[in-house]
Design a protein around this ligand. Structure first.
Ligand code: SF4
Length: 310
């Protein structure tokens, strides 16, 4: 059974990990930025290591909702370079990195949303809660719980038809993990009411939580390769950072051509085809296969999302 949908001609949301040589050249990075603007990509998130990330963010800011996502305050080159951005996100920072970011956060121009993104990992959930606690202490009120970046973790085997399941198991939360996060996050965030906002990408974790600032627009299933795209540091375009399935490289062709290409069309057909074991499940109309990146990485698109306890 598959859910037939028309494909978008351009992604709505692009995450770009920008690195210059040995990643992509400055000239090519500028061309990609121009293309993102021309394609009217609505949300652009740029993550350095390159100094140029802030400059590119400044270029796209007048045309797209642009966020600079920094894994460490050391990769932030100043507010002047990133003038006009709408958001600054701390991505999976250590407690020390959050403390080191207080000057940057305190000097943020008015209107810039400050947020913190964390990726849950088995055995490290206590650290995740500490990170959120530290974020609240420095004034952050927007939190995002993201799915893992499997492209960066396993890009060496990205073109293999599947990945060994033990590779992703550390990112698969079970019911007790979700209960633990539920208790911890509700304790931390409930006192802030709707002043604190939590975005949870994983469907099963999202459904386990009950917080005033937790919202989700209508769930339409995995968006990888349709409204979502990820550009890795070497220029390879993936459907999503959680789905290590390369679609092309912006060093060789335009994003527009990659998005119009056969690889993406085939990938979306795979994504919209429910795994056989899910077809008979009465809940499949609600989860629509959930995270197809986790399915793929745990052995192939034919498997269900390993976070599904059923
Ligand atoms: S593969 Fe799909 S469900 Fe998983 S993180 Fe990416 S967009 Fe979300």
């Amino acid at each position: 059974m598959s859910k037939k949908t028309g494909l978008l001609s351009a992604p709505v949301r692009v995450l770009w990990e920008l690195d210059l040589e040995p990643g992509i050249s400055r000239e090519r990075a500028l061309r990609v930025a121009e293309e993102l603007i021309a394609l009217r990509v609505f949300y652009i998130t740029i993550r350095p290591p390159s100094d140029m990330a802030a400059e590119i963010a400044g270029i796209s800011a007048p045309y797209a909702h642009t966020t600079l996502s920094i894994a460490s305050p050391d990769s932030f080159t100043g507010w002047d370079a990133a003038a006009g951005i709408k958001g600054l996100d701390l991505y999976n920072p250590s407690e020390r990195d959050i403390q080191k970011s207080t000057t940057i956060l305190g000097s943020a121009p008015a209107g810039v949303a400050l947020s913190l993104t964390v990726v849950p990992e088995k055995g490290k959930l206590g650290g995740l809660l500490e990170t959120v606690r530290e974020g609240l202490a420095v004034g952050i009120r927007i939190f995002s719980i993201a799915n893992p970046n499997l492209v960066n973790a396993y890009c060496g085997v990205a073109d293999k038809p599947g990945l060994p399941s033990h590779s992703v198991s550390r990112f698969i939360l079970d019911k007790s993990d979700r209960e633990y996060l539920k208790r911890g996050l509700e304790t931390l965030l409930a006192p802030y009411g709707d002043k604190a906002r939590l975005l949870v990408h994983d469907l099963f974790l999202h459904e386990a939580l009950d917080l005033p600032g937790l919202g989700r627009t209508e769930y339409a299933g995995c968006q990888a390769g349709d409204s979502i795209a990820f550009i890795a540091a070497d220029g390879t375009v993936y459907p999503c950072a959680t789905l290590p399935f390369p679609l092309g490289n912006v060093k060789d062709e335009s994003l527009k051509d990659i998005w119009a290409g056969e690889a993406r069309r085939k990938l979306r057909a795979e994504i919209t085809e429910l795994p056989k074991t899910c077809v008979a499940c009465e809940l499949s109309a609600r989860c629509i296969g959930a995270c197809r990146g986790l399915s793929f990485a745990s052995g192939g698109f034919g498997l269900p999302d390993p976070s599904c306890g059923r």
